[in-house]
Design a binder for this molecule. Sequence first.
Ligand SMILES: [Fe+2]
Length: 238
Amino acid sequence: MSLIRWKENCLYLPHLADTDRPALAYVKGSRMGILLDCGNSAQHARLFMKELLLAGENLPKLAILTHSHWDHSFGMSAMPCPVAACEKTAEKLETMCSWSWTVQAMEERLEAGEESLFSHRNIPKEYPDLSKIVVKSPDILFEHTLTVDLGGERCIASTILSPHETDCVICYFPGNGMLFLGDSYCSVPVGEDWIYDKERLSVYIQTLESYPPGTFCIKGHHPPQLLWELLEELRAEL
Ligand SMILES: [Fe+2]
């Protein structure tokens, strides 16, 4: 799957379910471009950089993580730029930096509830050799919001109460009207099921309602959607 250009200043690499690769995006201004999420491996990150260069773009000057989950953060080791994340994401990644990556260690974390069955099954699909996993902590930390002036475009990264995780961040671009959601709209894998915490989902919906209905939403593991369409789907889950 190759890069898709959405408007002149935004490109994204669609998600790929085979090895649980989430969507990644690049948005540029006259001053710099930034990358949204780092991918599930160095290979995933490098594929994105290669495609960016083929599309005639420059490499990003900054990357922003939407949360700590492996599929969004393990590509950090191949980033050509600093990576920013909220404090909670940094805290989780610092813990994960000390994890060992053997079948036994992974099974122990699954039993202890530190990892979901879904991730436990998917990680070896991207990493047939588990020793290739490199976990890093971010370079730049923010507590609630981080605004980056790209030059004629802004990125407003904000923490959000989400049904998916406790460290979710969404990135809004008021110039082009794009909202990069990461997995913040997703439910949580519990065994074989996917479950929404309805209280958290309700607060999440209220937060998203403050953005224009025609906002173009790039979703971690599904095709992009206009905000009003996404909100209709989410309200049906309440
Ligand atoms: Fe996630």
